[in-house]
Design a protein around this ligand. Structure first.
Ligand code: FAD
Ligand code: 2HG
Ligand code: ZN
Length: 471
């Protein structure tokens, strides 16, 4: 296959029609650069199927012509996994026309959706049915549920509801050769054989194209309480998590940490953000509680904050008095990715650790960075309620390419070797994509790599699905 395979494009056109092909460079641009603007690729065509049948026909054509395919959802991924390479041979299969909510079943607490539905629309459809879909992340206004499943996205409510994998009951997948696996089951128990659903979820478009999914819904959470807390250090943040859990139980829906360095950067770069507290504190946490009952979260959170102030774990705290203030707190938290890009060139480290080891990891990592890279600031934040730390290190803008690459390799090695020594993970939620592929080779055992390659060879023997990603 070459980048200008006219007969393939004509045959694709016969399947998806005019609305299903993006050929001109200007319209293709949005599909070809990733959100962090780290990778840009080339493609002969972006194909936008409108149904499972069309996706299957597209994949059959690509299989016959040995054309490599990059599946894409909302293109908000953090690891370059949804962007083709620069060769110009890989076609993008975008799911953005498959954006229908097919069924909301309030009795079974399930929702059946096409893969291209935007996450915020899933949340809204659940709310409209007096139910709750808990997956929530900064990109929820543009990422798709298919992309969320393909990356096994995490986000802010994993400590209570789990990640995307835990929120799907079934998936339908088009395989590399165009066959369709109908795993669109709405069952909460199903031990009839190997768990294929969980193989496709988190496979980052390398094993199949997810076309539809059955999602789990939860009771509507009518009560919410949100607090912004100022702390002396990250140590108090982890202690505060335990204390809050002991008082509020599993009503904690989010427990997010951020350093003052992150906060000041956000205030500089993100419009309409203000400090929630009058003073400056080295660290902050954002705590959110939710419950079906309206009053309970506020009462519990007040109790937890009083206990934290009394125990000296918190230096100051404020409870959001209305939804507008609650959204202001979240605007700060969710502005962190955007602010980093303005401030410098972020080296992202999406680390998972046992919660009990977060404090010593941060202490050790801080000491290593201070000793080896004293000029580089650390931006330390994340979903510490589930042990996911974004331990990012900022390079200044304007470094020469070779200097940036050298520092990137050295800093990544330092942080990721430490994470592995702590029996952590180098990708908690963003996936592997292109960003972590070489590091995956370094850190996974020979047995694990062998198993992963065997699975890939079985499902995609011609290496047509998202080549160059993950493995
Ligand atoms: P894309 O970026 O389009 O694709 C991502 C991967 O999934 C690629 O490998 C692609 O090939 C594959 N893919 C997409 N759709 C399909 C499909 N239908 N079938 C098969 N493969 C498919 N992530 C988190 O986990 N937690 C966060 O808190 C979080 N916060 C973010 C905040 C911001 C501001 C931004 C920009 C991103 C954030 N992300 C976060 C990363 C990103 O939003 C998630 O990875 C998201 O799940 C990607 O969805 P998408 O539809 O944009 O997928
Ligand atoms: C978040 O938690 C996202 O906000 C993005 O996972 C993290 O920008 C980052 O490094
Ligand atoms: Zn995150």
């Amino acid at each position: 296959m070459t980048s200008t395979h006219p007969s393939l494009i004509e045959r694709l056109h016969a399947v998806v029609g005019d609305a299903g092909l993006v050929l001109d460079a200007e319209r293709q641009a949005a599909y070809l650069t990733d959100w962090p603007r780290k990778w840009t690729g080339r493609t002969p065509v972006v194909v936008r199927p409108n149904s499972t049948e069309e996706t299957a026909a597209v994949m059959r054509l690509c299989h016959q012509t040995r054309t490599p395919v990059v599946p894409q959802g909302g293109n908000t991924g953090m690891t370059g996994a949804g962007i083709p390479d620069m060769d110009g041979a890989q076609i993008i299969v975008s799911m953005n026309r498959m954006n229908r909510i097919l069924e909301v079943d309030a009795t079974s607490n399930t929702m059946t959706v096409e893969a291209g539905v935007i996450l915020a629309s899933v949340q809204q459809a659940a709310a409209d049915a007096n139910r709750f879909f808990p997956l929530s992340l900064g990109a929820e206004g543009s990422c798709t549920i298919g992309g969320n499943l393909a990356t096994n996205a995490g986000g802010i409510s994993v400590l209570r509801y789990g990640n995307a994998r835990d929120l799907a009951l079934g998936v339908e997948v088009v395989l590399a050769d165009g066959r369709v696996w109908d795993g669109l089951r709405a069952l909460r128990k199903d031990n009839s054989g190997y768990d294929l659903r969980n193989l496709f979820i988190g496979s980052e478009g390398t094993l199949g194209v997810i076309t539809r999914a059955v999602l789990k819904l939860f009771p509507a959470q009518h009560g919410r309480a949100t607090a912004w807390v100022g702390l002396r250090s990250h140590k108090e943040a982890v202690a505060l998590l335990s204390l809050t859990q002991s008082i509020c139980g599993d009503r904690i829906i989010a427990f997010e940490m951020m350093s003052e360095f992150g906060m000041s950067m956000i205030l500089r770069h993100v419009a309409d953000t203000q400090r929630p507290l009058s003073g400056v504190h080295p660290y902050y946490v954002l705590i959110e509680l939710a419950d079906a009952q309206q009053e309970l979260p506020g009462t519990l959170l007040e109790e937890a904050l009083a206990a934290a102030l009394e125990a000296g774990l918190a230096d100051d705290a404020v409870l959001a008095v209305n939804d507008r203030q609650r959204q202001q707190f979240w605007k700060i938290r969710e502005g962190v990715s955007q602010a980093q890009l303005r401030e410098g060139h972020p080296l992202k480290h999406d680390i998972a650790l046992p919660i009990a080891r977060l404090v010593s990891f941060i202490d050790e990592a801080n000491a290593l960075i201070a000793a080896s890279f004293p000029q580089l600031p650390v931006l330390n934040f994340g979903h510490i309620g589930d042990g996911n730390l974004h331990y990012n290190v900022l390079l200044p803008h304007g470094l020469a390419d070779d200097e940036r690459e050298r520092l990137t390799a050295e800093v990544n090695l330092c942080i990721h070797d430490l994470a592995i020594a702590y029996r952590g993970s180098i990708s908690a939620e963003h996936g592997v994509g292109r960003l972590r592929r070489d590091e995956l080779r370094r850190y996974k055992s020979a047995v694990e790599k062998d198993l992963m390659r065997s699975i890939k060879a079985t499902l995609d023997p011609d290496q047509l699905l998202n080549p160059g990603k993950v493995l």
